[in-house]
Design a protein around this ligand. Structure first.
Ligand code: C2E
Ligand code: CA
Ligand code: CA
Length: 513
């Protein structure tokens, strides 16, 4: 059956074919008349017209049929090229061609990216033909919400929608919510009733993005956030979704950055409070020259390195740089390095560390490993084993961020610890919070009882340093003493501003600013 567009085309083809046929017939009629006129004295114009009509009608019909056939082939080919064969919806190519562009469209529109949840498990469990049934049912539900809406299957279990002339965005977002719920209704298949969920991301034209590719990408980003929340509808949010963009950019470039030596050590000085001397440094990873708008902080790229399984490579690469770098070569101070939870599960970790120290001729006593409480809880037994071997080498072990995890005093006893680092959340409030003073004081007493040294992190003022000295804390770290820097401050140097004229604890503490 021809649709309206094809009928219009057909009428045009009939008209063109008829004109062509009449022209051909006229020429043939004139030629015929010229041939018969000398033979027949009665030949006149009426005969010419009669001959033309007799010739032109069949030619016109034949030509029209031929043209119509070609036009139908063309439109079929076009439909095939623009349609998803399985569902009959638009395919990706067609959908992108429908998306608005700031150059050519003045109105408003909304693009939604729909990703099915749990589809893969249905496909794996019941096979592709059942998977196809699910696709067809979802397509049908999309069509039912079809007012001013173009629906497409972009590939796999990804669908997309375009809504033109959006008046109230909230109404359209509610419509998407309803659509998501409709998709989640059970689907009748040959394998019985099955259900999938939908994660939907929406982007509005022109506010969120104003070109087809940017619109689709924005909707995709929003969809990923919806998926992370377990389904539902999310509208594109430039701040949150660009972070996700940056995160995936980090994932792809981080491994290369590690190999290229772009992850470098920065050194934060550690102060011995009683003597006022710098006795060593903590190594903090820095990503230099990342090609991202801002070089990411370790708080962002360390978890990514852990997730993509690159943390081990990062650690050993950093260790090579540290053991050949200025903090080790130019002074005798302690070097504290952070290790990640997964590394403590590796049975070869301690021997590898020993071999590395040996190769660089650095005594084990100069190295300290900082581990966090959360690092311990993954597989306690393996972590304790690794740390015992590390301690056997002569490397000391410090428990980092003490107080932030589920701190367990029994844990402190079980580990071969030499030092405890109090988290800066308690330290920074020491000058105004009695509660923090009590916690830090109790922690210091505990450390004394267990024969551990103690380091306070995040010291940002002389006043806090004073309180720590009063409480008997051994070491301190923080911006007040020194920021992490690529060039370490020399060890044994006395701080220029000694911790004198400190406020006494008995003095009333000022409240927070
Ligand atoms: P962390 O081990 O607790 O390191 C201390 C963090 O506090 C550092 O942040 C440091 O720059 C910051 N800091 C130091 N003094 C002050 C201060 O006075 N005030 C404030 N507000 N902050 C201060 P950074 O360098 O961003 O590192 C964050 C975390 O990333 C580290 O926390 C550590 O857990 C992790 N990290 C850093 N480098 C490495 C590494 O090479 N390997 C592993 N596994 N983790 C690392
Ligand atoms: Ca640390
Ligand atoms: Ca810490």
């Amino acid at each position: 059956m021809l649709n309206i567009k094809d009928t219009r085309d057909a009428m045009m083809f009939v008209a063109i074919s008829s004109l062509t046929a009449i022209s051909i017939a006229c020429i043939l009629a004139v030629l015929t008349y010229e041939y018969f006129a000398p033979l027949n004295a009665n030949a006149n114009l009426a005969h010419v017209l009669f001959i033309s009509t007799v010739i032109s009608v069949p030619i016109a019909v034949l030509l029209a049929q031929h043209n119509l056939r070609i036009s139908r082939y063309q439109s079929e080919l076009e439909t095939i090229a623009n349609t998803d064969a399985l569902t009959g919806l638009h395919n990706r190519r067609k959908f992108i061609s429908l998306l608005p562009d700031r150059e050519s469209f003045n109105g408003t529109a909304l693009v939604a990216f729909v990703d099915l949840d749990r589809f893969k498990s249905i496909n794996d469990r019941y096979g592709h033909s059942v998977g196809d049934e699910v696709f067809r049912a979802v397509a049908q539900r999309l069509r039912l919400h079809g007012d001013r809406l173009e629906a497409a299957r972009l590939g796999g279990d990804e669908f997309a929608l375009l809504i033109r002339n959006v008046r109230r965005k909230q109404d359209e977002l509610s419509r998407l919510e309803a659509l998501g719920q409709a998709i989640s209704e059970p689907i009748e298949t040959s394998a019985g009733l099955l259900s999938v969920g939908a994660s939907i991301g929406a982007a509005c034209f022109p506010e969120d993005a104003d070109t087809p590719t940017a619109l689709l990408r924005a909707a995709d980003r929003a969809m990923l956030r919806a998926k992370a929340r377990g389904g539902g509808v999310q509208r594109f949010d430039p701040v949150r979704d660009c972070e996700a963009d940056e995160e995936s950019a980090m994932e792809t470039t981080l491994r290369r950055a590690i190999r290229a030596g772009q992850i470098q050590p920065a050194y934060q000085p550690i102060l011995e409070i009683s003597s006022g001397r710098i006795i060593g440094h903590e190594v903090l990873a820095r990503w230099q020259g990342s090609c991202l708008p801002n070089d990411p902080s370790p708080g962002r790229f360390i978890p990514i390195a852990e997730r993509i399984g690159a943390i081990d490579e990062l650690f050993w690469n950093l260790m090579e740089q540290v053991l050949t770098g200025p903090a080790v070569r130019r002074s005798e101070g302690v070097i504290a390095v952070n290790v990640s939870p997964n590394q403590l599960q590796d049975r070869t970790f301690a021997s590898r560390l020993g071999a590395l120290l040996m190769r660089h001729g650095v005594p084990a006593r100069r190295l300290e490993l900082e581990v966090t409480e959360t690092a311990m809880f993954r597989d306690m037994k393996a972590a304790i084993e690794t740390l015992s071997r590390v301690a056997d080498l002569g490397v000391s072990v410090a428990l980092d961020d003490f107080g932030t995890g589920h701190s367990s005093l029994s844990l402190v006893r079980e580990l071969p610890l030499a030092k405890l680092k109090i988290d800066r959340s308690f330290v920074s409030s020491l000058d105004w919070s009695d509660h923090s003073v009590k916690i830090v004081s109790a922690t210091i007493s505990l450390c004394r009882a267990l024969d551990l040294t103690i380091c306070a992190e995040g010291v940002e003022s002389e006043r806090v340093l004073g309180v720590l000295k009063e409480l008997g804390c051994t070491f301190a770290q923080g911006y007040h003493i020194g920021h992490p820097a690529i060039v370490p401050v020399p060890c044994s140097a006395r701080r220029r501003r000694p911790a004198t004229s400190l406020p006494r604890l008995s003095e009333p503490l000022p409240g927070p600013a």
